[in-house]
Design a protein around this ligand. Structure first.
Ligand code: B12
Length: 473
């Protein structure tokens, strides 16, 4: 038996109430094999301990682990490396895994980041690694085989330090995604092999969770693609309703082409009051180039259906996809205004290793910084991501401008004394002061009159022209 400490490092600026499912899965496997496990999820701890979570050194002194495992994301890689180095200095064997390790395994071995570097979903290899783990001068690379989720033990969130505060339960009804979106790293992380769990097992897992987690209120379906098989997801929703699980439901993402009336009414019956669809881009050429396997008409049809059904519509867009430009971003803004989602995530393109978008940027643009986790404007409720790539057609500054315009035009920020100044200052800087003033006034009037959303003003669109000259393929 070994004492294993598993850590999800904190990403500054990430406020989330979703706990780390991957570490709960590993805790389930390790505890079943007789090991003692503690999980430090700094995202949870930072939230529930009001920004004052215990230091790793403190927890190591208290728990006295034989092995320490750290979950790596590209966004937190620097903090994570520093943390692993600190643990190694104490002579404790270290293991890293997670999305960033899966995408960059051999490179991390070369950089001697930890004693063991595990690539892939680690349930089938973690016990072996933990049992034999020792400090090594040359790291061992472990390629974990893809598990069948039906054959795995349930995740164990009771291994989390302060687990009694967990209020959102991340549930997978399946793993993997068969689609080939050019910007998405999931095919390298959880594969294109869609692997379902038994819908009844999902419902039973939630029953266990309700018994174990006293503050639990919400289940968040976190599948890579919950509706890769629509019938499977509908049967889960039906069972969820029939068994009266009664938690609020959140669904992280939903393909537009799978949204139909039955799905929408099941989603409502299950206690989920919104659906988020990812258009990613409103310009027909940029949209077509990302290989989503669905059409802008699918997005429009699904968006309209979701809103008509009384669900809150949310949407995701990416600024800076291959072939994008400031002018083309205006198509995304126009689509958002047309469908009037309540919430919009305007994301900056991040070409993760192993994706076609990465290859495109390597050939056609500049990757400025791979591991950035900072923002251009940080302030309460007004936060934009810093661009980390650029092309001659869409420079870094134009990307900031496009992001600013998108956020302001679609009113996706909260108005407060802090950001009124920022909104106006950047509006003036980018030549969008009238847009900013109009948006602020619309927001203020909407709030004053208690109008949920003011009628959108149509945007002026540049003509669609072939973008071969922009280097698009
Ligand atoms: C739910 C989710 C979230 C949730 C919760 C994340 C969490 N785990 O706490 C929220 C909304 C908070 C979130 C936030 C973000 N996310 Co997210 N998220 C997901 C999603 C859809 C599912 C994650 C999940 O639960 N997977 C299922 C479990 C079983 O897998 P897992 O957690 O990866 O763990 C397994 C393996 O990775 C491995 N493993 C993990 N940790 C460790 C540690 C050790 C020691 C070992 C040996 C193995 C190991 O074994 C686990 C069991 O199989 C994934 C997509 C995906 N398929 O990964 C994206 C994904 C992980 N997210 C991603 C991103 C980019 C983000 C954000 C940066 C987004 C943003 N712009 O803010 C943030 C940052 C997250 C952070 N911690 O810093 C990327 C990460 C890419 C990368 N290279 O890092 C992914 C892969 C999606 C994508 N775009 O490609 N996310």
């Amino acid at each position: 038996m070994r004492r294993v400490l598993l850590i999800h490092p904190l990403r500054k600026n990430l406020v989330s109430n979703t706990s780390h499912l991957g570490l709960a899965m590993l805790a389930g496997v390790l505890r079943k094999a007789g090991h003692q496990v503690m999980v430090l999820d700094y995202v949870l701890l930072n939230r529930v301990l009001q920004g004052r979570p215990p230091a790793v050194g403190e927890m190591i002194a208290e728990f006295q682990p034989d092995v320490v495992g750290v979950s790596l994301y590209t966004s937190t890689i620097e903090e994570s490396r520093a943390m692993v180095a600190e643990v190694r200095k104490l002579g404790i064997p270290t293991v890293v895994g997670g999305p960033h390790a899966t995408l960059n395994g051999p490179e991390l071995v070369q950089q001697n980041v930890a004693d063991y570097i595990v690539m892939g979903e680690a349930e089938l290899s973690i016990e072996n690694v933990v049992r034999s783990a020792q400090a090594r001068s040359v790291p061992e690379l472990v390629e974990s085989p893809l598990p069948d989720p039906k054959a795995l033990p349930e995740p164990d969130f009771t291994a989390f330090y302060r687990y009694e505060w967990i209020d959102v339960y991340p549930l997978l009804t399946s793993r993997g995604c068969p689609f080939g979106c050019s910007f998405c790293a999931v095919r390298q992380i959880s594969s294109r092999k869609w692997r379902a769990k038994d819908p009844l097992a999902c419902v039973n897992e939630l029953r266990t969770a309700i018994q174990q987690l006293p503050k639990l209120q919400t289940v968040e379906v976190s599948d890579d693609c919950p509706t890769a098989n629509v019938a499977h997801f509908k049967s889960f929703l039906k069972l969820y309703v029939e068994h009266e699980i009664g938690l609020k439901m959140r669904i992280a993402n939903m393909r537009a082409d799978s949204v139909d009336e039955e799905l929408v009414s099941l989603v409502r019956a299950a206690g989920c009051d919104y659906l988020c669809i990812a258009a990613e881009h409103g310009h027909p050429e940029v949209f077509a180039s990302i290989n989503k396997g669905e059409t802008l008409d699918d997005i429009r049809r699904a968006g309209t259906l979701i809103s008509k059904a009384g669900l809150e519509l949310q949407m995701c867009f990416i600024i800076g996809l291959p072939g994008d430009s400031l002018d083309k971003t205006k198509y995304s803004i126009a689509l958002a205004k047309e469908l009037r989602p309540k919430g919009i995530f305007w994301n900056m393109a991040h070409p993760f290793k192993g994706t076609p978008m990465r290859e495109w940027y390597e050939a056609n643009g500049t990757i400025i910084d791979d591991n950035v986790d900072y923002t251009s404007y940080v302030g309460d409720g007004f936060r934009l991501d810093e661009p980390i790539v650029e092309t001659s057609d869409f420079t870094r500054e134009e990307r900031r401008k496009a992001n600013y315009l998108a956020v302001v035009e679609t009113g996706q920020y909260r108005l407060n004394a802090n950001n009124v100044y920022r909104v106006l200052a950047f509006g003036a800087k980018y030549g969008y002061l009238p847009v900013a003033v109009r948006a602020l006034l619309a927001k203020t009037f909407a709030a004053a009159l208690n109008i949920v959303r003011p009628a959108p003003r149509p945007v002026e669109l540049p003509a669609i022209k072939s973008s071969r000259s922009n280097g698009e393929s």
